[in-house]
Design a binder for this molecule. Structure first.
Ligand SMILES: O=C(O)c1cc2cc(O)c(O)cc2[nH]1
Length: 542
């Protein structure tokens, strides 16, 4: 009970959000259009109103126009989400959150959700042996534990009450499979009837909502796992897929599973992930029969990192310089706010632009490249979260997003983005509704988590020190001779890390500061002088 209180569940066994709460998947509730479950046994206590936690309120849907990519208005259940299904839901007060206001907002804990929490998402490779084992166990438990609160629709709205009109079509899924299902649902085609469907729609990719959508997706899984583990501090780690190594360094049996010795596209039997079975594989059925992915699992995860011989461009992973470059793209997004937007940070980190932000249809970089590198389940949008590497790949993508948010003030498009991608759109299909705007904020202050990452710089700083015999060169003199007098403190920080290489070059001492150094150790104002220093190769000090 103590742990439930800390996590904000307030002694209520059913805590959660997303897709539809089981309490709202019954015939009468569906027909009422109101999803406002009771939090306590108190009669009439909808949304924890007796405790001042929330009340049942009208839903708001984004009225702004969407872009021209989607020409089938009226045909898709996800339009103006979630109004096709419900027009009233719980609106929570203060720091409460959840489909019946039974939880705390992200970043808050305690019985009254008044205690701020800051959790640190770490590099998965920095975890100890026991922390790795715990992560794997937790993911496997999530894969095998039924979701306590949420069920998924297995038919489009037109058929949701079944052939007799009285049998709501929903399935139970596990906690992890809900994570898979929501991603599938967001990318699925618009069913137009008679075996026809339209594929030019994607509520989670190829638009400004790419980063906000995946941020909420991870927060929801993390919270579900915290509740499952009864550990409010459980935190997902990240996979830095841009180290320059071009190998899947998390593909080991103590993490996401090594390659099987028996079949090169499968996961080693020494890893529990070899037992995982994919959800949402029957894509042909969904698109021709007009069905929706249900709770039935199919075949094993396939993965062949770097092994796509037919496509050499995706046999490599992004480099640290790619990350540094994309962080320098300042507009969040640019018209047409789509997968062909140039100079858009979102389209660059998503990976449809080159890392400097230029659109090139032949390019796959950063996030997209990491997916395609996996070459299997993790490289197909309707399936990718079935591979648990998805979680770690997206926490790193979210870390880049968060670093960009800290460095930039840019706006999220208000209108004319692809459907689902405007600022005020409720993120499909999360429940209760939450807008893109609400996720477009620095994580530490707004969601109670941060990342421990050493951000790369996009250049190598060569600092030549004039001959000084055997005299030890002080950090201050390096800084001064490099013309960085104001940055002595910053340089000290850098030098304390493992990113400085010292070598003798003729009579000169050369300090190479690697491009993988933690540029964030320096005040931002100092980044640009250093960048121009790299270009100034004639200067004897550089
Ligand atoms: O082809 C791409 O660029 C591509 C594949 C892929 C798979 C995936 O799961 C994503 O989330 C994005 C993505 N992009």
């Amino acid at each position: 009970l103590m742990i439930l209180l800390v996590n904000g569940c307030h002694s209520i066994p059913q805590c959660g959000r997303t897709q539809f709460p089981r309490e709202c998947a019954g015939l009468e509730v569906l027909q009422s259009g109101q999803c406002c479950p009771a939090l306590t046994a108190e009669p009439g206590d909808r949304c924890g109103s007796s405790l001042g936690r929330g009340s049942c309120a009208d839903l708001r849907a984004d009225p702004a126009p969407h872009g021209p990519q989607y020409p089938h208005d009226g045909e898709d259940d996800r339009e103006r989400w979630p109004l096709r299904f419900f027009n009233r839901t719980c609106r929570c007060a203060a720091n409460y959150q959840g489909y019946k206001c039974g939880q705390c907002r992200f970043g808050w804990a305690g019985a009254d959700c008044q205690q701020p929490v800051l959790r640190v998402r770490r590099d998965v490779l920095s975890l100890s042996t026991s922390q790795r084992a715990r992560l794997v166990r937790a993911l496997h438990l999530a894969k095998t534990t039924p979701h306590p609160d949420m069920v998924v629709a297995t038919r489009h709205y037109a058929d949701i009450l079944g052939s007799d009109g009285r049998s709501p079509q929903f399935d139970n899924v596990s906690i992890y499979n809900l994570f898979v299902w929501t991603h599938y649902y967001s990318v699925s085609r618009t069913y137009l009837g008679d075996g026809r469907s339209f594929g030019g729609v994607d509520f989670s990719h190829e638009g400004p909502a790419f980063l906000t959508w995946h941020r909420f997706h991870l927060l929801q899984l993390e919270r579900d796992m915290q509740v499952m583990l009864q550990d409010p501090l459980f935190t997902l780690p990240y996979w830095n897929f841009a180290t320059g190594s071009n190998t899947c360094d998390v593909c080991t049996d103590d993490l996401m599973g090594a390659r099987s010795n028996f079949d090169s596209v499968l996961i080693s039997p020494n890893s529990v992930f070899s037992e995982w079975r994919n959800l949402c594989e029957s894509i042909e059925d969904y698109n021709t029969l007009g069905t929706i992915c249900n709770g039935t699992e199919g075949g094993p995860i396939q993965r062949n990192p770097g092994g796509n011989v037919a496509r050499p461009a995706v046999q490599r992973l992004p480099s640290p310089e790619d990350v540094a470059q994309c962080l320098d793209v300042s507009p969040y997004d640019t018209p047409p706010f789509f997968s062909n937007s140039s100079d858009s940070f979102r389209n660059t980190v998503e990976g449809y632009n080159d890392p400097a932000g230029k659109y090139d249809p032949a390019v796959r970089s950063l996030h997209n490249l990491a997916h395609l590198f996996l070459n299997g389940t993790g490289g197909q949008t309707h399936l990718s979260p079935n591979d648990p590497i998805f979680v770690l790949l997206h926490t790193f993508t979210d870390a880049i997003f968060d670093e960009w948010l800290k460095r930039n003030a840019s706006v999220f498009p208000f209108e004319n983005a692809p459907i689902g991608h405007n600022r005020g759109y409720n993120i499909v299909p999360f429940w209760p509704p939450i807008t893109n705007a609400e996720m477009f904020k620095p994580a530490a202050e707004n969601f109670g988590y941060t990342y421990e990452v050493q951000w790369p710089s996009k250049f190598t700083l060569n600092v030549f020190i004039l001959p000084l015999g055997k005299q030890k060169v002080s950090i201050e003199s390096i800084a001064l001779s490099a013309g960085l007098a104001p940055s002595i403190d910053g340089l000290k920080l850098i030098l304390n890390k493992v990113c400085v290489e010292e070598e003798q070059l003729g009579g000169l001492e050369l300090f190479k500061i690697h491009s993988t150094c933690a540029i964030h150790s320096l005040p931002y104002s100092l980044e640009h002088p250093r960048a121009s220093a790299q270009e100034n190769k004639d200067d004897p000090y550089f």
